[in-house]
Design a protein around this ligand. Structure first.
Ligand code: ADP
Ligand code: MG
Length: 238
């Protein structure tokens, strides 16, 4: 686990500025959810933390390192996307272990990490199946398992449940909460779904147009919205 600190982080695409000086301090082992309408800069912010997008200004610190110029593989983060691409020709076990194999870990190290992840995510019965023989929820658990095996300091999730139906989405929220309790990691989670944000977050970060409108616990934000935008978005009583 590690702290993640954003200091006056800016993102521009050419002349278009999409993130306007974001300041955010995320604690060790904290579950923080970035929420806001489509296009407000959530994914861009997450991708800058991951190192998948260069920042145009400011500073990002993970643990005790300024990571502005570090490539993703040196940041000790794992990212789970909405369109999790599992390898269709590989078994669940092979999917889970693949990144470790690439990283030249020994077979014993791979087996241990894979078995541990399978246990945490209740995948032990499915280890020999191919992704095509799994349900949507099982596939999503494999995608999370692939993130866990690398023992990252920080997990980044970008709308990981938005392709699932409503019932499964609710179930997976519980799974993700459990995952957080078991693996002791810092989580930065992006969603446009306010209910998902309120259910999962230790603290919720409400974004609009590349700015942070409010940061607080779900209760603080609900009971004491900073402005009309937040109140409307969260659905606080007037
Ligand atoms: P969110 O995840 O909150 O829906 P994004 O972070 O994906 O929002 O996008 C924020 C803004 O940046 C949007 O206006 C989007 O169109 C713009 N944007 C994202 N990626 C690019 C890109 N590669 N080039 C230009 N504009 C982009
Ligand atoms: Mg997005």
């Amino acid at each position: 686990m590690a702290q993640v600190n954003l200091r006056n982080v800016v993102k521009r695409y050419g002349a278009l500025q999409v993130v306007h000086g974001v300041d955010l301090n995320i604690d060790d082992n904290e579950f923080v959810v970035l929420v806001g309408p489509s296009g407000c800069g959530k994914s861009t912010t997450l991708r800058m933390i991951a190192g998948l997008e260069a920042i145009s200004g400011g500073e990002i610190v993970i643990g005790d390192r300024v990571v502005n110029d570090l490539p993703p593989r040196h940041r000790n983060i794992s990212m789970v996307f909405q369109n999790y691409a599992l390898y269709p020709h590989m078994s669940v076990r092979e999917n889970l272990g693949f990144s470790l194999k690439i990283a030249k870990k020994t077979q014993a190290e791979i087996d241990q990490a894979v078995d541990e992840a399978a246990e945490i995510l209740s995948l032990t019965e499915y280890m020999d199946r191919k992704p095509g023989a799994l349900s949507g929820g099982q596939r999503q658990r494999v995608a999370m398992g692939r993130a866990i095996v690398r023992h990252p300091d920080v997990f980044l999730f970008d709308e990981p449940l938005s392709n699932l139906d409503a019932k499964l989405r609710t179930q997976m929220r519980t799974e993700i909460k459990k995952l957080h309790q078991k693996v002791n990691s810092t989580i930065v989670y992006v969603t446009h779904d306010q209910v998902e944000a309120m259910t999962l977050a230790d603290r919720i970060v409400i974004m609009r147009d590349g700015h942070i409108e409010q940061v607080g616990t779900p209760l603080e934000v609900f009971e004491n919205p900073a402005n009309t935008f937040v109140a409307t978005f969260i659905g606080s009583p007037p």
